[in-house]
Design a protein around this ligand. Structure first.
Ligand code: GDP
Ligand code: IMO
Ligand code: MG
Length: 426
């Protein structure tokens, strides 16, 4: 089973880090293919908690080569901060490989992210403020800077000049901010070049060769399907393609290489930042999900909005990504509910929809249609097999599986690596 994709099936923070770590012992390469340090993945190993942002979670698995693919946007300062922090905890980071074609987040991208959000006022996206959107915008506008450019000072100077030309006009004339000088950007970016150089490679060649040799390569998704720039709740999305299709462009591999596509999905739903969310709760159930689920962002410390499981979103994710299976996480968070609602369809302007509506306007108006399941009223965090789970938890899992569009591979009953019930081997 050489190429496996793990991706988010909702709005992020589903437990992709845990799913990646769970597969870790059998993987040779762990690859990020989109996004940047807007991600925050938590891994709990023997009770010790780690958070990764730009680094692939496989960095924590001895013997696994962590790779940052060409589709990722790299903030060199954030990269080295993360490497240094994780090094200090005794993790070997020396095997990290970074694509020469990955784009660089410079200080002016972070500045643009912040000023545009402020400018949007009540219409803001609620970005992570890490410069992600402006960096992808430059990539698509062909005014971006790639990692390889950091090793050629005169090319870098030309590119920074071209990129700042228009931005400085916008910063000074629209946002009333100080213009950024080419010199200060060059000084900053060049200061990372020497340390970066030995990590940089043609990662597409590396990964294709690894797959030719039947090595196991895991593509660790960041963000999620509903945050995808094409398929998510546009414009309340990130600026990359976190769906399975994005793995091919973000790593430089062909689609026929991929064997398994695992969608990670919570037993309820959360979202950070602005945008529509049909099953969102504003009552004490929402507060309880937030509290028991510990729903606070790993990257930004923002509270996550909470709501019930949405099977329309699950089916949509199964379809858009071609999921071969789901990993259902955080089932244990629901332990204390007597009755658990699950959204099975939407009512939109008086009409029932069983699939995602065609337009965002309709999605904004979607009202969830709920089916109700009996709770199990028991702590399941110690369960390790399907048979050990209470009957009503089994019924809940089966019902979700039947309505979500792909088989369930495993169920998370706690944050720890071992707190997992595997339903079928993959
Ligand atoms: P990611 O961005 O998809 O990797 O997810 P995050 O790490 O941002 O958020 C998921 C949170 O849920 C983390 O704190 C995990 O430790 C935790 N988690 C993952 N799986 C489970 C589970 O099955 N049960 C519980 N209680 N927590 C889980
Ligand atoms: P992981 O990988 C949850 C959200 C932001 C905002 C929108 C755009 O941990 O699941 P951006 O900074 O990317 O331009 O912000 O996307 N967002 C995430 N939400 N989990 C994430 O990553 C996210 N990465 C971005 O909150 O709404
Ligand atoms: Mg996260």
């Amino acid at each position: 089973m050489p190429a496996i994709v793990v991706l988010g099936a909702q709005w992020g923070d589903e437990g992709k880090g845990k799913a990646t770590d769970l597969l870790g012992s059998s993987i040779d390469y762990c690859v990020r293919t989109s996004g940047g340090n807007n991600a925050g993945h938590t891994i709990v190993i023997n009770g010790e908690k780690f958070a990764t942002h730009l680094l692939p979670s496989g960095i924590l698995t001895p013997g696994c080569v962590p790779v940052i693919g060409n589709g990722v946007v790299v903030d060199p300062a954030a990269l080295f901060r993360e490497i240094d922090a994780i090094d200090e905890r005794g993790v070997d980071t020396s095997g990290l490989v970074i694509s020469a074609n990955a784009h660089v987040i410079a200080s002016y991208h972070r500045t643009m992210d912040k000023v545009t959000e402020r400018f949007l006022g009540k219409n803001q996206i609620g970005t992570t403020g890490r410069g992600i959107g402006p960096t992808y915008a430059d990539k698509i506008s062909r005014t971006g800077i790639r990692i390889a450019d950091l090793f050629d000072e005169s090319i870098l100077e030309q590119k920074v000049e071209a990129s700042l030309d228009l931005k400085n006009q916008i910063l000074a004339k629209i946002y009333n901010r100080r213009a950024i000088t080419v010199e200060e950007v060059l000084e900053d970016l060049l200061s990372y070049a020497e340390r970066l150089k030995p990590m940089v490679a043609d990662t597409s060649l590396l990964l294709n060769r690894a797959l030719d040799e039947n090595k196991t390569v895991l593509f660790e998704g960041a963000q999620a399907t509903m945050l995808d720039v094409d398929h998510g709740t546009y414009p309340f999305v990130t600026s990359s393609s976190p769906v399975s299709g994005g793995v091919c462009t973000g790593a430089g591999i062909g689609p026929k290489r991929i064997d398994r596509i695992i969608g990670v999905i919570k037993a309820y739903t959360t979202r950070v930042g602005a945008g529509p969310f049909p099953t969102e709760l504003f009552d004490e159930d929402g507060e309880k999900l937030w509290r028991i689920g510990g729903e606070v962002g790993v990257s930004t410390g923002r509270d996550r909005r909470c709501g019930w499981y949405d099977a329309v979103v699950a089916r949509y994710s199964a379809r858009i990504n071609g999921l071969t299976e789901f990993f259902l996480t955080k089932l244990d968070v629901l332990d204390s509910w007597e009755r658990i609602p699950v959204c099975v369809g939407y009512e939109i302007d008086g009409v029932r929809h069983d699939e995602m509506p065609m337009t965002q306007t309709e999605f904004h108006h979607a009202k969830p249609i709920y089916e109700y399941f009996d709770g199990w009223g028991k702590d399941i965090s110690g369960c390790r097999s399907y048979d050990e789970l209470p009957k009503n938890a089994q019924v809940y899992i089966k019902a979700l599986e039947d309505m979500s569009g792909a088989p369930f591979w495993a169920v998370g009953v706690g944050p720890g690596r071992e707190q997992t019930v595997v339903l079928r081997d993959i």
